[in-house]
Ligand binder design. Structure first.
Ligand SMILES: Cc1ncc(COP(=O)(O)O)c(C=O)c1O
Length: 383
């Protein structure tokens, strides 16, 4: 660090040099990310609330009111208006909070959680931090959580079962209805990780897509992760955790002696209010109609990509349920295919099971980007 400060114009110039090295979503070249260009209304709202700290909500009652309204709106979206939760940094923190609540409420000596093999790696982090034994349930032929495998793994120490609505790699929706029944019968916390699916499944269902129930309408569901910074178009970092009952937040409340609130249930202390303001602004600005439009446009592009991939002689590893298209080549390995695509300037991502290239058709991917991608794909194996 220099002793003498640098004039601001020079600083901005220096920053631009760094920024030029970054990819942008707008370029349409990022094919493997669950994030996207933040919506300008969310960006403006975010900037308006940069100073507000929801870790000390008595100082920012306006922002706290926004958070309460956001939680109610997300609850309405997910089948239950009176839910309890917070806007936090993302899916990882939300899943960590859900596992912590479940563990604290059950209070057994060697707590275990059951997740599908397709679960996001955040559950490994949660298990490590919370000293939970992580049991992985098998997947069925369609890469969804296998219910008989779950039943085999349940024991007296099971504090939570996790189902995923929109898996990270393939966009699959686990059989949450069956999990709900089992968890209700056996009094086990059912957490639904809808970090990705939470902002798209309800809107596709409203638009006539035949997708299964996954939310609080199912009585066994105790908590849901839903990330505004994925399909919700909010700036990073914006995640959401919702609980069915107040007791879930209370089970992890810690006394906060020097702050304007007495108890705090979140993992982080100082917590931006900007993410909450952005989420609120976008829910109000886009409304259900706007989000339906986002969801159905992504699916239209998804179908176009799906068809183009098949026509170019590649294989889908599974039919897309949401806006994720996993595919591979019958001729070259997935690693070779990824390399050739990267050489042509595409930022791709690999799924581990089944091994494939996964394209996440986020709102920044438009039909023209997919056309360019398909043109490159058609020539890629003949090289
Ligand atoms: C299903 C699911 N859960 C959780 C996460 C973790 O979210 P974050 O990266 O916002 O912490 C992801 C990230 O892709 C995800 O796909």
């Amino acid at each position: 660090m220099e002793d003498k400060g640098i004039p601001k114009e020079q600083i901005y110039q220096m920053l631009r040099k760094y920024k030029e090295k970054d990819l942008t979503h707008r370029s349409g070249r990022i094919l493997g990310s669950m994030c996207t260009c933040p919506h300008p209304v969310g960006v403006k709202a975010y900037a308006m609330f940069l100073e507000s700290n929801l870790g000390d909500p008595g100082l920012f009652p306006g922002t706290k009111a926004l958070e309460d309204e956001v939680i109610t709106m997300l609850g309405q979206l997910l089948g239950k208006e009176d839910v309890y939760g917070h806007i936090i940094t993302g899916g990882t923190e939300a899943n960590l909070m859900a596992m912590r609540a479940a563990r604290n409420l059950k209070n057994v000596e060697n707590p275990e959680i059951i997740v599908p093999k397709s679960a996001h790696f955040s559950f490994k982090k949660a298990a490590d931090m919370l000293c939970l034994d992580l049991k992985m349930a098998e997947l069925d032929d369609d890469y969804r959580m296998d219910i008989s495998s779950v039943e085999d793994l349940i024991c007296d120490n099971t504090v939570a079962i996790v189902g995923v609505a929109g898996t990270t790699e393939l966009g699959k929706i686990d059989p949450i209805e069956d999990l709900s029944r089992i968890c209700q019968e056996q009094d086990i916390h059912l957490h639904v990780d809808a970090a990705f699916g939470g902002y798209i499944i309800p809107f596709l269902k409203e638009s006539g897509y035949d997708l299964p129930e996954f939310d609080f309408k199912l009585p066994g569901v105790s908590s849901i992760t839903i990330d505004p910074h994925k399909m919700g178009l909010a700036p990073i970092p914006t995640g959401g955790i919702l609980f069915r009952e107040r007791k879930h937040l209370e089970a992890m409340a810690i006394e906060t002696p020097y702050l304007t609130e007495d108890l705090q249930s979140t993992v982080v202390g100082t917590r931006t209010g900007a993410a909450t303001a952005a989420t609120w602004a976008l829910l109000k600005h886009l409304g259900r109609e706007g989000y339906r439009e986002v969801a159905t446009s992504c699916m239209d592009v998804t179908h176009k990509l799906e068809e183009g991939i098949k026509e170019a002689g590649f294989e889908l590893v599974t039919e897309p349920e949401l806006n994720i298209v996993p595919f591979r080549s019958p001729e070259i390995t997935v690693e070779e295919l990824a390399q050739r695509l990267e050489d042509k300037g595409w930022a791709v991502s690999l799924a581990t099971y089944p091994r494939s290239i996964r394209v996440i058709v986020m709102p920044h991917l438009k039909a023209e980007h997919i056309n360019d991608f398909l043109k490159d794909l058609e020539t890629i194996t003949g090289d």
